[in-house]
Design a protein around this ligand. Structure first.
Ligand code: GLV
Ligand code: GLV
Length: 320
C-alpha cells in the first residue's frame, strides 16, 4: 500500500475512503495546522500528501519528501505550493477546481450585496441598541441593480458570477491576461484595459489567482483610479491587494467600501486596522464553505491521490 500524509483532521467519510486505499498518517487536529517541523519529518517516507492552503509546500518541504509523487491541495488556489519546484522533481500537484465554482460565486456575489447595502454593519448597529430614529439618509448604501461590475480575472468563478448579474441587469466589464472574445458575446460582457475598468466600475471584483504577477495588483495608484462611490470585492487571495494602500483609501473615503473574504495574513488578527473601518465588510475566508462543496473538494483530492499513486493521470493536475 502507498503511504500518504494528511495535514488535517478530515470528515469521517473522507478518512475512511483514504484508509481503504492507503497506509495513512494524519495530523489529528481540526483547527490547528500541522507545525512545519512535523510536516518536514512526516513527509520523509510518504508517496503522497493531502494538504490545505495553510501548508507552505515550498522547495524545502518538497525536497524532504524523498519518495513524494503527488501533492493534493484541498483548494482551487495553489499559491501555497512551489509548483515549479514540484515539477522539477517529477511531483504531480493537484487542486480542486470546478466543484467549488458555483459556491464561491455565490459568496462573491453575496459579499458584493452585503457591502453595497451595509448588511453586517447595520445589523451590528441594531444589535447594539444604536438604531436611532428614521432619517432620510440613514443606513443608505449603493444600488446593485443596473450598476457596472468590473471583474478582473475571468476564470470559471468569474463566469459564474456573470451569470448571477443577469437578473440584476448589471453592465459587466472584465479584464484578464488573455481576451476571451467568445465569452464576450455569449455572456454579454465587455473587455477593458485594467485602468479603464477601474475608472468605469461601480464594483471591482478580483477573481484571479495569486502569483508573483498579481502580487499587489491593486495598490495606491489603482485605488486612486476608482470612483469615489466604488466598492472593491476580493474573494480570491489577500496578496492581490496592497492592504496598507486599501486601508488609507477607505479611511480617507477615496473609495466607498470594500468587501473582503481574504487577507494578506490569515487568520486576520481582530485588532487589524482594516477591522476598525465601518466601510469594510469582512468575512473569514468562507468562499467555498458549504458542507456539500467542502466534501466534494476533499473527495476530489482523494480521487487525485488514488489516480496518481495508481500510476494514472491525475483528475485535476496543476502541472504535467
Ligand atoms: C480557497 O481559497 C481555494 O482556493 O479553494
Ligand atoms: C480559478 O481557478 C477559477 O475557477 O476561476
Amino acid at each position: 500500500m502507498a503511504k500518504i500524509y494528511v495535514t488535517r483532521k478530515l470528515p469521517e467519510e473522507v478518512e475512511s475512503r483514504l484508509s481503504e486505499h492507503f497506509d495513512v498518517r494524519s495530523w489529528e487536529y481540526e483547527d490547528e495546522p500541522v507545525p512545519r517541523e512535523t510536516l518536514l519529518e512526516e513527509i520523509k517516507d510518504v508517496d503522497g500528501v493531502f494538504c490545505m492552503i495553510t501548508e507552505q509546500m515550498d522547495e524545502e518541504v518538497l525536497e524532504a519528501g524523498e519518495k513524494l509523487q503527488v501533492v493534493a491541495n484541498m483548494a482551487v488556489g495553489h499559491n501555497n505550493i512551489d509548483v515549479e519546484a514540484a515539477t522539477a522533481r517529477g511531483i504531480t500537484v493537484t487542486n480542486t477546481p470546478d466543484v467549488l465554482t458555483e459556491t464561491t460565486a455565490d459568496l462573491a456575489f453575496a459579499l458584493l450585496m452585503a457591502s453595497a447595502r451595509r448588511l453586517p454593519e447595520t445589523s451590528d448597529i441594531l444589535r447594539k441598541g444604536e438604531w436611532g430614529a428614521w432619517s432620510p439618509l440613514q443606513f443608505t448604501g449603493q444600488d446593485v441593480f443596473g450598476a457596472t461590475l468590473g471583474i478582473i480575472g475571468l476564470g470559471r468563478i468569474g463566469e459564474a458570477v456573470v451569470q448571477r448579474t443577469h437578473g440584476f441587469k448589471m453592465n459587466v466589464l472584465y479584464h484578464s491576461r488573455t481576451r476571451k472574445p467568445e465569452k464576450e458575446s455569449a455572456l454579454g460582457i465587455h473587455y477593458e484595459e485594467q485602468d479603464t475598468l477601474l475608472q468605469k466600475s461601480d464594483f471591482v471584483m478580483l477573481l484571479l489567482p495569486y502569483s508573483s504577477e498579481s502580487h499587489h495588483l491593486i495598490g495606491q495608484r489603482e485605488l486612486a483610479l476608482m470612483k469615489k462611490r466604488a466598492i472593491l470585492i476580493n474573494a480570491s487571495r489577500g496578496g492581490i491587494v496592497d492592504e496598507d494602500a486599501l486601508y488609507h483609501a477607505l479611511a480617507n473615503n477615496e473609495i466607498w467600501g470594500a468587501g473582503l473574504d481574504v487577507y494578506e495574513q490569515e487568520p486576520l488578527p481582530a485588532d487589524h486596522p482594516l477591522l476598525t473601518l465601518s466601510n469594510v465588510t469582512a468575512l473569514p475566508h468562507i468562499g467555498s464553505a458549504t458542507v456539500k462543496t467542502r466534501l466534494a473538494m476533499a473527495h476530489l483530492a482523494v480521487d487525485n491521490l488514488i489516480a496518481v499513486l495508481d500510476g494514472k493521470e491525475a483528475v485535476t493536475a496543476v502541472n504535467h
